[in-house]
Design a protein. Structure first.
Length: 255
């Protein structure tokens, strides 16, 4: 712990589990007050309990990131509680195993459900979160994207990969649009991570071996390893970094 986010006010979506949970806890350890947003309020409250047990401030809110009214309300509540917003981590995402498939077999319901959370939810979080950052006069945003949005490394997950490609493009546009407003926007691109998002897949020994064999480091990431990258990008230590895609994938993108 360095205290590099001391006095900052942060908001993390999808913060009830996995990378979002680890990011919320890490930001709090670094000194930030954290809005913990998740569609599962019980999970969000458990994260807040962990943060408060360690002497830090946090608030839990239930939000469906695909619902604009819920997103706007949640952002406003975080801003009201902490007196502003400095750090925005749009992280919420889904990967619909067993449903997401090749484009000729993919049904519209699965496509739309994935886009609603992974891309529309990202857009809505940024839309309302950026308004708070603009009021603050500066800020740092770290979007959770994926190597699957840049590389063809996740066949046949058409909807997921397409949604993550969208988040990558959104990050670059936001970085260009808001740099003159002192808002930095970057993306972290995690590889396979030991998180609930991929639990079903990783429980299959054969698929686990297949996935890990593609990673030069030969293992999946732990959520905290991704959270460490997010905390750095969110902090002033990354003050000259914007519009960047930070791969945290164990070397997958290098081969």
């Amino acid at each position: 712990m360095t205290g590099r986010l001391e006095g900052k006010r942060a908001l993390v979506t999808g913060a009830g589990s996995g990378i979002g949970r680890a990011a919320a806890i890490k930001l709090a350890e670094e000194g930030a007050a954290v809005g913990v947003l998740d569609i599962n309020l019980d999970a969000a409250e458990q994260v807040v309990g962990c943060i408060r047990d360690n002497g830090h401030d946090a608030v839990a809110l239930r939000v469906d990131v695909g619902d604009e009214e819920q997103v706007a309300t949640a952002v406003n509540k975080v801003v009201a509680k902490f007196g502003g917003l400095d750090v925005l981590i749009p992280n919420a995402g889904v990967m619909l195993f067993g449903r997401d498939t090749t484009v000729t077999e993919l049904d519209l319901k699965t496509w739309q459900a994935t886009i609603d959370v992974n891309l529309t939810g990202m857009f809505l979080t940024c839309k309302h979160g950026f308004r708070a950052l603009l009021q603050n006069g500066r800020g740092s945003v770290v979007i959770t994207s994926s190597p699957t949005g840049v590389l063809g490394c996740a066949p046949p997950y058409t909807a997921y990969s397409s949604s993550k490609a969208g988040t990558f493009g959104l990050m670059r546009l936001l970085a260009a649009d808001y740099v003159k407003h002192n808002i930095r926007v970057n993306a972290v691109l995690p590889g396979t991570t030991n998180s609930p998002l991929v639990t079903t897949l990783m429980e299959d020994p054969g698929k686990r071996v297949e996935f890990l064999s593609k990673i030069p480091m030969g293992r999946a990431a732990e959520p905290r390893e991704i959270a460490n990258v997010i905390a750095f990008l969110a902090s002033d230590e990354a003050s000259f970094v914007t519009g960047a895609a930070w791969f945290a994938d164990g070397g997958l993108s290098a081969i």
